[in-house]
Design a protein around this ligand. Structure first.
Ligand code: SME
Length: 150
């Protein structure tokens, strides 16, 4: 099954309409994304809880590590740079944090709030190599902007 970003965007918009609680929003987004695509084996948020620190937020999939400093991992790179990390081969990414040995590729996107603060990163892992495209990054960024940034 491959995600239909239009349909999932509409579903998320409907489910989160009027909601402002970030944890409730994150829980809904990961649930809708995770079950929409067979490539998505781990889908979750890491929240900015202190300067330079990410802590796990709502997620779907096996257990994830609890704390990631900005100077570690793919998530840390996304938080530190503010740039999407599109990783075709996690074994080639220096400092990748393997929460599951089955993970082959990963996409991590920064999450900004309405006033432009970095509040989290969204991490999606796949057991398939090179599972994610720039189109995935574009569509996922649109969903994150519509839920958290507008
Ligand atoms: N792979 C991530 C860590 C999070 S676990 O995969 C859920 C990273 O390298 O930052």
């Amino acid at each position: 099954m491959r995600i239909d970003y239009g349909a999932v965007s509409k579903s998320i918009a409907s489910l989160t309409d009027g909601e402002t609680d970030e944890v409730a929003l994150m829980a809904t987004v990961v649930c809708e994304l995770h079950h929409a695509d067979n490539r998505f084996d781990w889908t979750g948020f890491y929240r900015v809880t202190d300067p330079g620190i990410l802590k796990i937020g709502p997620y779907q999939g096996g257990h994830g590590c609890l704390v990631i400093p900005f100077d570690r991992g793919v998530c840390g790179a996304a938080a530190a740079t503010g740039e999407v990390q599109l990783v075709d081969d996690v074994n080639a990414f220096e400092g990748h944090i393997a929460c599951a040995s089955s993970t082959q590729s990963e996409v991590v996107l920064p999450v900004w709030n309405r006033v432009g603060d970095l509040i989290a990163v969204l991490d999606i892992d796949s057991d398939q190599p090179a599972a994610f495209s720039t189109e995935d990054a574009t569509q996922l960024s649109k969903i994150l902007r519509s839920v958290f940034g507008e």
